[in-house]
Design a protein around this ligand. Structure first.
Ligand SMILES: [Zn+2]
Length: 105
């Protein structure tokens, strides 16, 4: 892939900073109305993006930005999953296969 000039960009719902989509954590509301972490960024549904930063996560949750972006309440288990993903990933927020992938439905 030589698509360097064509990297999709998204902004963090908390701090609004625009970053490469691949650097952000995606949370998705599926067509079924399920809100969950989307580790690969490919789940269908309405997505919200966050910096891989606990600060942005807290801010997005506390200020209701995440639920507003997804037009859906965010369950504590979702927040927990995101927090875990962030702390596991450390500075690198890339984790193609997370256990969350088969925890759905
Ligand atoms: Zn942010």
């Amino acid at each position: 892939m030589t698509a360097a000039r064509h990297r999709p960009q998204r902004s963090c719902v908390a701090c609004r900073q625009v970053r490469a989509k691949s650097e952000l954590v995606r949370i998705v509301r599926t067509p079924q109305g399920d809100v969950r972490l989307d580790p690969v960024g490919k789940l269908a549904g309405r997505g919200a993006y966050l910096c891989p930063s606990l600060r942005c996560l807290e801010q997005a949750v506390k200020q209701g930005k995440l639920s507003r972006a997804l037009a859906s309440p965010i369950g504590p288990e979702v927040i927990e999953a995101v927090r875990e993903a962030l702390s596991e990933a450390g500075t690198e927020a890339k984790a193609p296969e997370r256990r969350f992938a088969d925890a759905g439905a």
